[in-house]
Each structure stands twice: as C-alpha cells, then as structure tokens.
Design a protein around this ligand. Structure first.
Ligand SMILES: [Zn+2]
Length: 482
C-alpha cells in the first residue's frame, strides 16, 4: 500500500513549526560496497521493468526472475519456489536456513504495482530511469525498492555463509493492490507450512520520514484498521409523487444517516496508538502536544479527547469511524421512491469485528426500516458480516523494537522510532488475522511532501535506496544474531 499514512499527514501539518528543533543531523549515507550497490540496482531495475499490473502484467514473471537470482547465487532449488493460483499471479517463496534456535521470521513484499499510463508520466513508468538523483518508475516507492532490497540481502547473507538464529523466509507476492488473487492470502490458505513464522516484517509499511532528505522520524507500522463497507437499504411501495405519504424511503434513510453523523464511536487506545501518542507528544508542540500527553493518562482527559477528535487524523487514530460515502435513491422525478440506499464505509479499530460494527450501526441508525448488510470485497452483499476476522493489536516485541531503535539510531540519529497504526490496510491484514504478528518496517526514506505511491512520476532518492539496502542488511542481521 505505502499510503499517505496518518503520521505523514500529521507531520505535514506542523512541519513548518517544529522542523528547526528537529533537524539534528543530515543522514549519514549508506555504507554499502560497490558490488552490493550494483547488485541491488540491477535487481531493482529488473523489477521495475517487469510490468506487474493487474490489467496486463504478470507477477509470475517477476517472481521467476527473483527466484532465478537466488538460484544463480547458489540457493538450493529446494529452498526457492514460485507458486500461485494461475499462470499470471505467481508468488516467490525462499528460505535461508538458520540454526533453528527460534521459530522463523517471514519477510513479505508485494510484487504487483498500481496501473500507470505512459501519457500521464514524464518518463515511461515501466522503464527504470535515473535522473537528478532519483530513480523513477512505477513501484520505486511502492514497493519494488524493498523487494529488491530483500533479494539483495538474501544473496549477501548466502554468499557470506551467514547462519541466522532462525530461518528467514521471504515471500514476494501478487495482488496486494487489487486483483482477485492476493498472494499472501493464497499462500496462507494453500502453503501455510512454507511461510509459517513467529512474526512477520512487512516492508510495505513504516519507513523514514524526511524533509529535504533530513530524517524526522522512523515509523514502524504495528497495527492496521480493518476495512468494511455496509449497504443501508430502505424499500417502500412508492406511488405517485402528487400524493406524498409520511412513510418515505428517502426520508427514512437520510434521518438514519443524520443519526450516524452525530454518533461517535468510543475513544479507545491500544498499545500501539498509546506509544504513538507518547512519542509524538515529544515531537509535537503546544496544545496538541499536551493533549496527546493527556489522552494517554488514566483516565484520559475528555477535553483533550474532544480537541484531538476535531482533527480527522487524530480522530481516526483514537476510534473506529463510519461514514456515508455513496447515496442512491428513487427511479423517477414524479414518483415516490421505492428504494433508497447508501454505502457506509467503516475503518475498524483492531480487536473489533465487522459484525460487531454492523450491530452498532443497526442500533445507531435506530430504524427497523433500514436494513444494514455487509458488502464483501468483490461487491457481494451479505446479511451478516464476518465475525472471525478481527485481530487484536500486535504487541510491540522487544527484539523487533529495540533492534530497530538501535540500528535506526545509528543510521538516522535524532529521528525517534514511532510505532504507528495505519488507517488504511496492507497485506498485514492477512498475516495478522492468521496469527502472525506483523510489523511494517522499511529503511527507505521518503520526503513528506514527495509521497508518490500510486501516483505519477513515482520516484525514490538514489541514496535513500542504498540506505535502505544498508538498513535491512544491518537490521536483519542484528535481529537474528543472538
Ligand atoms: Zn504497497
């Protein structure tokens, strides 16, 4: 996904105020040797130039190319596989064997990219272009850079004969951005044994937030909200509009939506959002900083909650949200409406289920004439919503967190590690739901005003890419040497 995530937008808002205090050191630059630079660049270029869009691309081609890289480096064929539900949606799974002292760690990255049209871009989106200190191409931010970094790290570890204290599994997958064949979901359902792990590192989240290349914070996505659409419907016999009746489908629906508009889901923090506010309070200033401190206290200060709630981004962090996004009603200008329907989109805090939220909607809408049904990913409508898919917030593992603080501290001194809850969703939805706690961690630095994932002229700083190469090598090694 690599969305314009919560903290990026938050930071954009106060950047002008706090930056002078925060600019400690420019980043130190990557310490990777020339051969590693060349290798990682070649892999990155190769991935960018393989079209992996859902419309005409193939993740299988990319998965096979990465498998071949590992085989050429000497990985045993038994430890490298390309598998998928059909010929165009292949996933690559590879394993670097460790001592077995601990259960494996799984690295995930998606190979697919969002559509990109040549006429929208300055350069060809499927050509790897180096220009003005940047690499351009679809997937340079989201997320072929990190895919290339994972493969490079695997090859370096293998060539060194490095033996981690647990197996390191790499899964490069299909259809994170859309499409019907989500690779992580498919692997979990059909080849769980191949990717089963104690925890997961997902490079599709987290990263270094920079301003003009200067690091501000190192974020770690440790939680995600759950996505759900609900269809609200009112039906009515209708009739001639010259003879209005009080019982009107549109009025029933809009009255109910008015009640939803005035409803606020309860304030709730989890370990991740609590840590987020604690750390952001140190980076923020003024009223916002003191409000952030006040909401992590027990009991939290209601006035501080109210003030934070007036900001859409803070509001989305402290509660589940549901909002009307579409309306459809009536069939003729001169007829009473026979149906009125609305779509309500919800972003649900970890630990709650879609069915639980459907029940709350029914209570809040408070009109038995309004039916509330769940809309699945493929548009199919169900009377009830899934109950089993809610997952609790992940615990902030000490090894994952402290190692990140140590390695990031040496590479980007002065930029604190901040745990974040993504308000969107990534493949972590599947791994977390399967009981594999997932952390979004990346060493790629992107300027807060240069987030181009899914957009035109997507790019990443050349040096930022090599720092990312350096970061994952150091981080994984520190994490798996004990
Ligand atoms: Zn992504």
């Amino acid at each position: 996904m690599r969305p314009l995530s919560l903290r990026r937008v938050v930071l954009l808002l106060f950047i002008t105020v706090v930056i002078p205090a925060l600019l400690v050191e420019p980043s130190l630059g990557a310490s990777v040797d020339d051969a590693t630079r060349q290798l990682s660049r070649d892999i990155f270029k190769q991935l960018i130039e393989i079209n992996t869009t859902d419309s005409v691309g193939s993740t299988t081609v990319a998965a096979q190319a990465m498998a071949q890289r590992l085989l050429d480096a000497g990985f045993p064929p038994a430890d490298v596989a390309v598998l998928g539900p059909n010929g165009r949606k292949g996933n690559m799974v590879a394993r670097l064997h460790g001592t077995g002292a601990h259960r494996p760690v799984l690295l995930i990255g998606h190979l697919d990219v969002v559509e990109a049209r040549r006429e929208d871009w300055t350069t060809d989106p499927f050509e790897f272009v180096e220009k003005d200190g940047y690499f351009y191409g679809r997937g340079t931010q989201d997320m072929k850079s990190d895919d290339a970094i994972f493969v490079t790290t695997f090859i370096r570890f293998w060539k060194e004969g490095y033996k981690p204290d647990r197996d390191i599994i790499l899964a490069l997958t299909a259809d994170e951005e859309g499409g019907k064949s989500n690779g992580i979901d498919w692997l979990l359902k059909h080849h769980r044994d191949l990717i089963d792990a104690e925890f997961v590192l997902n490079a599709d989240g987290g990263g270094v937030d920079t301003v003009n290349g200067k690091p501000l914070i190192v974020s770690m996505d440790s939680s995600e909200k759950l996505y759900a659409d609900f269809q609200l419907t009112v039906t009515n016999p209708g009739g001639h509009s010259s003879l209005p009746r009080p019982d009107n489908a549109i009025y029933h629906l809009t009255d109910a939506l008015g009640r939803l508009e005035r409803y606020q889901f309860p304030f709730e923090l989890n370990p991740v959002t609590r840590a987020y506010f604690e750390r952001m309070a140190r980076v923020e200033t003024g009223q916002t900083a003191s409000d952030m401190t006040a909401v992590v206290k027990t009991p939290p200060d209601p006035a501080a909650i109210a003030r934070l709630s007036s900001d859409p981004l803070n509001n989305a962090t402290i509660r589940t949200t549901c909002v009307a996004t579409r309306l459809d009603a009536g069939h003729a200008n001169n007829a009473l409406p026979q149906t009125a329907s609305a779509n309500v989109n919800c972003r649900i805090l970890p630990g709650h289920s879609r069915e639980e939220v459907r029940q709350i909607l029914i209570r809040v809408l408070a009109d038995p004439k309004v039916t509330v049904r769940y809309v699945g990913n493929d548009g199919a409508v169900f009377d009830r919503a899934p109950e089993g898919q809610a997952f609790p917030p992940v615990t902030l593992r000490a090894d994952v967190m402290q190692t990140l603080e140590r390695v990031a501290g040496s590479m980007w001194p002065g930029a604190p590690v901040v745990p974040t809850m993504a308000t969107g969703a990534s493949d972590g939805v599947y791994t977390n739901a399967a009981g594999l706690p997932t952390y979004g961690i990346s060493g790629i630095a992107i300027d807060l005003d240069d987030v181009r994932a899914h957009g035109k002229d997507e790019r990443v700083r050349v040096e930022s890419f090599y720092e990312g190469v350096d970061f994952y090598y150091r981080y994984l090694k520190a994490l798996t040497t004990r």
